[in-house]
Ligand binder design. Structure first.
Ligand SMILES: [Zn+2]
Length: 86
């Protein structure tokens, strides 16, 4: 049961390494996609630990509930996301 968590965390860096080997930012293998998702979720969990979950990383404002419902690992509010373009 402890093995499960160990497996997942040790898997992520090797996935990222694999993606890089296959050609930089264009590589979007299922494994690389999974590793990115995992990294976002782990970052969201880390923010929860610090009591910063649900706050925009850019302007520190509240992220709207509907955005968190659509993507629980969302890192920016609607205003900052729009500023990013498409
Ligand atoms: Zn913001």
């Amino acid at each position: 049961m402890i093995l499960m968590k160990t497996d997942v965390t040790s898997l992520a860096p090797s996935c990222l390494g694999l993606a890089a080997k296959q050609g930089g930012q264009a590589a979007d293998t299922p494994l690389a996609h999974y590793a990115r998702k995992l990294a976002r979720i782990e970052a969201a969990l880390a923010r929860m630990d610090k009591g910063r979950y649900g706050f925009c990383l850019t302007c520190e404002g509240r992220i709207a509930l509907h955005r968190l419902e659509a993507d629980p690992a969302e890192t920016v509010c609607g205003t900052c996301d729009n500023g990013k373009g498409t």
